[in-house]
Structures are given as structure tokens and as C-alpha cells.
Write a protein that binds this ligand. Structure first.
Ligand code: NYM
Length: 205
């Protein structure tokens, strides 16, 4: 039986990385094979370029070129992810196609144009979308260090993420006022049904 493909999505600094790590600890405790893939995956050559783009404002790229790099960064590792899934490993994605489309479309690029390069990538079985009130999100530590981490831009991204809310695997999680443990419990209860492994094929975008 294949492993589940689970994506954790959300705006910047909403606690995605903390929650993916908590999920991994839990899977380890239960002796369930698991792998985390964080997008952008910065330790490849394409990922290195993306990292420079995100952290050095002097590195100029057209919005289209940047978008295609983010997509290429997913395609370059997808065979490895599929292999893990086929071997029964649960794969947790920290950001995925949805971030790719929402962040680029927020810059004014056409929504469908943004989705096109990702067409054919596997769809997660479950996508948990972490949401905060913008004011709370903006006050989190580190907000503002990288390109895109500007409150006004984040508001646009938030609206674009809403386009995905009709997807059957999309589970929004409102985490305002909840502790890290409480958010973890919520994510775990959504995720539990996928623990047994799944034998049907993955859907694709
Ligand atoms: N981002 C992430 C994109 O613009 N397109 C993408 O396809 C992906 C995966 O990268 N501000 C943006 C969203 C974030 C930034 O992500 C870095 P993180 O999770 O902060 O490392």
C-alpha cells in the first residue's frame, strides 16, 4: 500500500514548519515511515537560485522566470517523492503547488498560467491550510526578512489561496488563539484517517 501525501500550506510565519516538525515527531513515535520535503527545496541547484532570489533583493528575475523556477524545483524531485510513496512512506510537504500559484498570482500573473507548469504533479491526499488573522501573522518573529514578507502582499496571497478552498482535499485550519499543541492535535485528527496507507492512485493537478 502506498503512503499518504500530505501538504501543510499557509501564509508566511503561520507556524507551518513548527507543525510539520511536530507531525514528524509523532510519526516517528508510531514507527511510521515518513519523509519531509520542504518547498522551495533550497539545497539543489535550482533551489540555490531560488534562495538567492528570496534573500537578495539585488538579484533580479522576471516574475515569470521566478515562477517557473519554483515549479521546476518541484518537478526535479517528484520522482523521488513518488518512489517514497510507492514504498509506503508518508510524505509531508511543507508548501507545494498551492503556494506556487498563490504567491505568483498575487504579483499579478494569470492564475491559470501559474498553475499550468504544475499540471501533472500529484495532488496531496490532504492539504491542511493554516490561517491566522493578518495582524497576528505580521507580529510573528522574523516576519519581514525575505522577499514577499510584507503585510499588504500577504493579504493578496491569502485571497488567492481561497481559490483552492473548493478542492476536496483542502482543509482550512483557523489557528488564532490556539497553542502549538492544540494546532498539532487538530492536524493530527485530520491526518489520522490516512495512517493505514492508501492503495488507490494519486490524483494529479
Ligand atoms: N514560494 C514558495 C513561492 O513564491 N512559490 C512557491 O512555489 C513556493 C513553494 O517562497 N514566502 C514563496 C513563499 C515564501 C517563500 O518559503 C519561502 P518558506 O516556506 O518561508 O521557506
Amino acid at each position: 500500500m502506498r503512503g499518504a501525501l500530505i501538504a501543510i500550506e499557509g501564509l508566511d510565519r503561520t507556524g507551518k514548519t513548527t507543525q510539520t516538525e511536530r507531525l514528524l515527531v509523532k510519526l516517528k513515535e508510531l514507527n511510521i515511515k515518513h519523509k519531509l520535503v520542504k518547498f522551495p527545496k533550497r539545497d539543489t541547484q535550482i533551489g540555490n537560485l531560488i534562495n538567492t532570489y528570496l534573500t537578495e533583493k539585488s538579484f533580479q528575475l522576471s516574475d515569470q522566470a521566478a515562477h517557473l523556477l519554483f515549479s521546476a524545483n518541484r518537478w526535479e524531485i517528484i520522482d523521488e517523492i513518488k518512489k517514497e510513496l510507492q514504498g509506503g512512506t508518508v510524505v509531508i510537504l511543507d508548501r507545494y503547488v498551492y503556494s506556487g500559484v498563490a504567491y505568483s498570482a498575487a504579483k499579478g500573473l494569470d492564475f491559470q498560467w501559474c498553475l499550468n507548469p504544475d499540471v501533472g504533479l500529484p495532488k496531496p491526499d490532504l492539504t491542511v491550510f493554516l490561517q491566522f488573522k493578518q495582524s497576528e501573522n505580521a507580529s510573528r518573529t522574523g516576519f519581514g526578512d525575505e522577499r514577499y514578507e510584507v503585510a499588504e502582499f500577504q493579504e493578496k496571497v491569502k485571497l488567492l489561496f481561497e481559490n483552492f478552498s473548493t478542492n476536496s482535499e483542502w482543509s482550512p485550519l483557523y489557528v488564532d488563539g490556539l497553542t502549538i499543541d492544540q494546532v498539532h492535535e487538530e492536524i493530527w485528527s485530520l491526518f489520522k484517517q490516512y495512517l493505514e496507507g492508501l492503495d488507490e492512485d494519486l490524483q494529479v493537478f
